[in-house]
Design a protein around this ligand. Structure first.
Ligand code: AGP
Length: 586
């Protein structure tokens, strides 16, 4: 019985050079673990041939227990896996091999036609040891090497795959000692070192060795040797891909003394926001002036940015709408008169990429944090967040940076000059927020309410809260409570009210009173005495704040609240269950 292994995302790393490959790969896997943490494996080719170790569990535990770094050799590949279907077990962990234990590979993505390929290979006598789609590829390449040299066999096998893949493969008997890689709809980047080459799903895994990278494009394959690489199209033509240099350093992808990446990334916002605000938005601004209809496509946290962006664009008289990217193809008909903004920190979210393909006739602009990501090749221009790598699964600094970009587009730079200080002043409230978090630890539900421009921030506060605390939470425009949700409010139910003193405040105070009358435990983010009087607890917002800065002042305490409740509940906020950092299947 075959069972499907749908992989949302995994981490791949490969190394060839003069260092001990197992050390480079183990270190890289630790940096990639946010991409998957169900199981982990490594394969190295040394003088004694192929050595392979894999097991279910986290990188740090498995690499220590199996002693990955005892493997000798200068060429190898590694993988950290995150699966939603199919057993998490040693057999399904990568790397996978062919029948002869010669071809060994790691794969990220979903080979949609693997059942058909597998049946044909079984009929030819191939023996399988896992349930995964990925193992099929090793046997397919093995089959092709019966008549073709290794590179052609690899390329021809890629031509037969349907679905998505990022693949790194080595062969125990390859006299030329090469790493073969390929990608389609799943990221894979080459790292150019001096006398050494790397490949990985993400740049942070390679930052210790190089800052120069070549992101592969969809349909590319490439062959890495110690001193260089060659890239080819699927039809076998040699091709050249753009080289990029990043100014990130390896420390940015470390915790830097913080208990979790998430806390570091929340605290870093004060500094990174300045870098983000240096991004050039002139082209986007002039395109907005040219188009009447503006669609925004995004998912999750990035969708909340899109919601606020659409509200602000509407206030400029634009016909703007934010769409959940996964539904865009079913509900929207973008044309040549539509300007489409795609917001995605990773630049790899499959739903967003597919929404962009749906908008094939439109002008498209991406807002992303990831140079060389897939999104950049599907749009006419890109605005980069420049806020450094975000490792925690929960988006924090990338959300704030997205807010900064859209605010700069809408309000201009001047009104945003105080933003770093505003974020800093909210970060200083961490101890107060921690005390509030202690009161929420054993709650089962939480409701976030707001009005007008604050509603997208309430949605984001609620998403952050539920994804890392596992407490059920919902966000509503305050006016909606009485249309149904009020029935869920009872004695002690937390209601978190985002209540900056703007034109919507009088109405929101009415909603707070409605909740209070049913016994809600109200926590307000506010600069209004009237709201404080109605609340059980208040997180004060700075007085007389420019409304352009309200989103920044409100999201920081909500991130800290979610973080501290998560930690108090004994959860690792960097790796919430069932979630992964970027979702590369639809
Ligand atoms: C939020 O904390 C999550 N990480 C998730 O909602 C995320 O924002 C969503 O998957 C979209 O990711 P993207 O920005 O990389 O496209």
């Amino acid at each position: 019985m075959f069972s499907s292994c749908v992989v949302l995302m995994c981490g791949i790393i490969g190394y060839i050079g003069s260092r001990k490959a197992s050390e480079v790969i183990t270190d890289g896997l630790k940096r990639l673990e946010y991409r998957g943490y169900d199981s982990v494996g490594i394969a190295v080719v040394g003088e004694k041939g192929l050595a392979l170790l894999k097991e279910k569990g986290m990188v740090s535990d498995v690499s220590l227990a199996l002693d990955f770094t005892r493997l000798e050799g200068n060429i190898g590949i590694g993988h950290t896996r995150w699966a939603t279907h199919g057993a998490v077990c040693k057999e399904n962990a990568h790397p996978h091999t062919d029948c002869r234990k010669d071809i060994v590979l790691v794969h990220n993505g979903v080979i949609e036609n693997y059942m058909k390929l597998k049946s044909a290979l079984v009929a030819k006598g191939h023996k399988f040891s896992s349930e995964t789609d990925s193992e099929v590829l090793a046997h397919l390449i093995e089959e092709k090497t019966k008549t073709l040299p290794l590179l052609q066999a690899f390329r021809m096998a890629m031509n037969e795959l349907e679905g998505s893949y990022a693949v790194a493969m080595i062969s125990a008997t390859d006299p030329e000692k090469r790493i073969f890689i390929a990608r389609r709809n799943s990221p894979l980047i080459i790292g150019l070192g001096k006398g050494e080459m790397l490949c990985a799903s993400d740049i942070p895994a390679m930052l210790k060795y190089t800052k120069t990278f070549v992101p592969l494009e969809d349909g590319d394959i490439a062959v890495l040797v110690r001193n260089g690489y060659k890239a080819y199209t699927l039809s076998g033509h040699e091709t050249v891909r753009k080289q990029i240099t990043v100014d990130w350093d390896a420390d940015m992808a470390q915790k830097g003394g913080f208990l979790h990446f998430m806390l570091k990334e929340i605290m870093d916002q004060k500094h990174f926001i300045v870098q983000t605000l240096a991004s050039d938005i002139t082209e986007a601004r002039s395109q907005i002036d040219r188009y009447k209809r503006i669609d925004i496509v995004a998912c999750g946290t990035s969708y909340h940015t899109g919601m606020l962006f659409s509200i602000l664009l509407q206030s400029m008289g634009k016909c703007a709408q934010a769409f959940i990217a996964s539904d865009y193809q079913f509900v929207a008909k973008p044309d040549k008169d539509t300007l489409v903004f795609a917001i995605s920190q990773s630049g790899e979210t499959a739903d967003v990429l597919s929404a962009l393909r749906h908008a094939k006739d439109s002008r498209k602009i991406a807002i992303t944090n990831t140079m060389g990501s897939s999104i950049t090749s599907l749009v006419d221009s890109t605005i980069f967040l420049n806020c450094g790598p975000e490792i925690g699964v929960a988006a924090t600094k990338t959300f704030t940076s997205q807010l900064a970009i859209l605010s700069k587009i809408v309000y201009g730079m001047e009104r945003l000059n105080p933003v770093s200080n505003v974020i800093g002043s909210m970060l200083e409230k961490e101890n107060e927020i921690k005390a509030i978090a202690a009161k929420l630890v054993s709650k089962e539900h939480a409701f976030f309410i707001a009005r007008g421009r604050s509603v997208p921030i309430a949605y984001e506060g609620s998403l952050k809260f539920k994804e890392i605390t596992y407490i059920h939470s919902e966000a509503y425009p305050g006016g909606e409570l009485k249309h149904g949700t009020l029935s869920l409010i009872c004695e002690g139910t937390p209601v978190i009210a985002l209540a900056p003193a703007d034109e919507s405040l009088p109405k929101l105070i009415g909603n707070i009173k409605e909740a209070k009358a049913r016994g809600a435990f109200v926590i307000s983010l506010t600069d209004s005495e009237d709201v404080s009087k109605e609340s059980d607890l208040t997180i004060p917002l700075p007085k007389n704040l420019d409304p352009a800065l309200h989103p920044f002042a409100m999201i920081v305490p909500l991130q800290l609240l979610a973080y501290h409740v998560s930690v108090l509940r004994g959860i690792n906020p960097d790796r919430p269950r069932n979630l992964a950092k970027s979702v590369t299947v639809e």
